[in-house]
Design a binder for this molecule. Structure first.
Ligand SMILES: Cc1cc2nc3c(=O)[nH]c(=O)nc-3n(C[C@H](O)[C@H](O)[C@H](O)COP(=O)(O)O)c2cc1C
Length: 171
């Protein structure tokens, strides 16, 4: 599958089986996140890999969007390590870096036959508290990972894309 085919084939899976993700596949997904670009290559991302019963119970308590997946990732960044833009007060690249990493991983996962869903509906402060994260580690996104259930289907709006001209403006 070429890249565009992969990008078009991926969809947010909201029904998983309990089949575990093989370590070999997870290693490739991790490697895709390791090599993602970050501002000044500072690599402030911290990705917590949740597999244990205890960690997954906590993830399920944080969001209704784990969808039965056997494992999940919590994407964070280290605010002290992120690039602070000297030209824009108060701005740092951490959230952007972590989301680029997550995007690399979501696409490599699909390449490996592993489904996922980007999850934003959770309380960031609660996530930090539940996992006793150090103050400089900021949660960004949750991502259940696993095998799609046989009857998993894309949401009806999955293929509703706005026209190119609305989104890409040539100046
Ligand atoms: C920042 C962000 C937050 C999202 N939060 C959630 C969420 O909390 N729960 C959920 O089921 N899907 C969530 N999604 C998935 C989107 O709804 C989904 O990507 C979008 O509808 C397009 O569908 P597709 O991924 O199947 O192409 C989120 C996606 C993004 C990018």
């Amino acid at each position: 599958m070429d890249f565009l085919e992969l990008a078009k084939a991926r969809y947010s899976v909201r029904k998983f089986t309990d089949r575990p993700v093989e370590q070999e596949k997870l290693d490739k997904i991790i490697e895709a996140g390791r090599v993602a670009p970050t501002a000044k290559n500072l690599q402030p991302q911290r990705v917590y890999i949740m597999k244990s019963e205890d960690a997954m119970a906590k993830m399920n308590s944080l969001t209704p969007c784990i969808y039965g997946a056997p494992m999940a990732l919590l994407f964070c960044y280290n605010e002290e390590e992120a690039w602070h833009n000297p030209q824009t007060a108060g701005y740092n690249s951490g959230e952007m870096d972590a989301t680029i990493v997550a995007t690399h991983m979501i696409l490599e996962a699909w390449e490996q036959g592993i489904a996922s869903c980007w999850v934003g509906v959770f309380d960031h402060d609660q996530a930090a508290e539940v996992f006793a994260l150090p103050a400089e580690i900021k949660p960004v996104a949750i991502m259940p990972l696993g095998y799609a259930a046989e009857d998993a289907v894309p949401a009806p709006r999955h293929t509703e894309y706005r026209p190119v001209g609305d989104l890409f403006i040539e100046l």
